[in-house]
Ligand binder design. Structure first.
Ligand SMILES: Cc1ncc(COP(=O)(O)O)c(C=O)c1O
Length: 463
């Protein structure tokens, strides 16, 4: 029986920490042999978790053992090499190890005085990210949960800055009666941009939508006139096709009119680190703000979004917070750069991941996953299935025939467990999405997954 289940104990129970580490390592050893999706029985067993709030304390070691027994079985094996759902990256060992250490630290990175190490690391990695993505070195930024929040943070900042220029202080006076702002998005903008716009008070319906081409790129010839009260949201990497908006043309037109350009580069922006793919991302550096995720392509664990803004003062004007007990420091204070105040030190994992990769490792990860995507597309085409997109980076869209056949194939692939892919509807066509975003995916993983996809699709078509 444990000694520190209740309140008032002095020492940490190192037995339970060792047990958690042992169980985690066992889980990792089992990953290569696991089915990617959990079994129906494992998911059904989650019902055991529903019990009334316990009246008495429990032994931490028993809790961890139970969590492992019930929980590990009901995970989706996203840390292995055969998970191709959404745009979920894997997790580099350095990131996981840093997460364990940071867990022991339990730092609140709101203010530098609360955690000098966490605040310092944020500064270092924001600099590294600007360097890696070739964005201006004097940008300001914040570490947030995800690209949705990064988009939200940037759009609220754009709103603040454009209204400020129009003589309106949105912090003090809010949005009611404010001069109107026109927001422009592409026809294939990610849903998170629309959510962020609605959270920022712009409304989803009030935006001007620019027609997209067959790959989801905004058509530059269809752009409306911009003004100094326009926010244009462009995309580096469409979630379905991986396509990039024509940033150079859009930024040039926007700059002339004083409009604000925001980039949703949740994963695609990282293609800038590869000389092979960099030409797709030309012009994005001229924008005013950028949202990206480190939990996608850079393979930092969840949650790890990043917002970067050219005008640091604008970011601080929209995100800053004041109270007598929050003494302003003389250096960057994390809480003045994000919507939240108290938060975990997610920069620790980000620092460890980027340091473990270095520029060459990050570049190799990007190029390797793109090459895997090409192999999937080639193999599926050879098997006479229709690849719907130009595979420009790490995203593949494939149709297996009629919508109901494609849906059935996706369901069967998920049940089979060799790999995991999700579905979508791309410009009216039902498709399966293959997103190769994990460092852990090997050539063998790709061949094994491809064979499973083709076998299952042929079986479904034969019926
Ligand atoms: C282009 C794009 N923007 C935004 C998001 C949202 O990312 P998150 O789930 O981290 O908020 C995604 C997710 O795949 C995406 O692909």
């Amino acid at each position: 029986m444990a000694t520190n289940s209740g309140a008032g104990t002095q020492a940490h129970d190192t037995n339970v920490l060792n047990l958690a580490a042992e169980r985690a390592l066992r889980y990792f050893r089992e990953v290569p042999g696991r089915n990617v999706a959990p079994s129906t029985a494992a998911v059904a067993a989650l019902a055991e978790l529903h019990e009334p709030f316990p009246t008495l304390p429990s032994d931490p070691s028993e809790i961890i053992a139970k969590l492992d027994e019930i929980g590990s079985a009901a995970t989706v094996t996203t840390t292995g090499g055969r998970y191709f759902g959404f745009v979920n990256g894997g997790m580099l060992s350095a990131a996981l190890a840093a997460n364990w250490l940071a867990g022991a630290w339990n730092q609140n990175v709101a203010l530098r005085v609360m955690s000098p190490i966490a605040a310092e690391l944020e500064e270092v990695i924001l600099g590294w990210i600007c360097e890696a993505l070739e964005l201006p070195a004097d940008c300001a930024g914040g570490l947030v949960t995800c690209a949705t929040t990064a988009n939200f943070t940037a759009l609220v900042t754009a709103r603040q800055a454009l209204l400020e220029r129009a003589g309106w202080n949105v912090t003090e006076d809010g949005m009611f009666g404010a001069p109107p702002i026109e927001v422009i998005v592409g026809g294939e903008a990610h849903a998170s941009i629309l959510k962020a716009l609605s959270l920022a008070g712009f409304g989803r319906k009030r935006v001007t939508i620019v027609e997209a081409d067959s790959q989801g790129r905004m058509r530059a010839d269809k752009l409306p006139e911009f003004s100094e009260r326009t926010i244009v949201c462009i995309q580096a990497g469409n979630v379905n096709t991986g396509a990039f908006d024509p940033a150079a043309e859009i930024c040039e037109a926007a700059k002339k009119q004083g409009a604000w350009v925001h980039v949703d580069g949740a994963f695609g922006l990282w293609a800038r680190v590869s000389p092979k793919y960099e030409q797709l991302t030309r012009g994005f550096e001229h924008a005013d703000s950028w949202a990206t995720d480190a939990h996608k392509w850079p393979n930092v664990g969840y949650d790890s979004g990043v917002v970067i803004v050219r005008d640091g003062a604008a970011l601080r004007a929209s995100m800053g917070i004041r109270a007598a007990y929050l003494e302003p420091g003389s250096r960057r204070e994390p809480m003045h750069h994000t919507p939240d105040s108290s938060r975990r030190a997610r920069g620790v994992e980000l620092w460890a991941a980027l340091k473990s990769l270095g520029r060459s490792g990050l570049c190799a990860l990007i190029e390797r996953t793109c090459a895997h995507a090409q192999r999937f597309a080639h193999g599926l085409r050879e098997a006479k299935f229709q690849v719907l997109n130009d595979v420009v980076i790490n995203q593949v869209l494939v149709s297996f025939g009629a919508p109901e056949v494609t849906r059935k194939v996706i369901k069967r692939i998920q049940e089979d467990g060799t790999c995991w892919c999700g579905g979508t509807v791309w410009q009216g066509k039902t498709a399966m999405r293959i997103s190769v975003s994990s460092w852990a995916t090997t050539d063998a993983d790709v061949e094994r997954s491809l064979a499973a996809m083709i076998r299952i699709a042929r079986e479904c078509r034969a019926k």
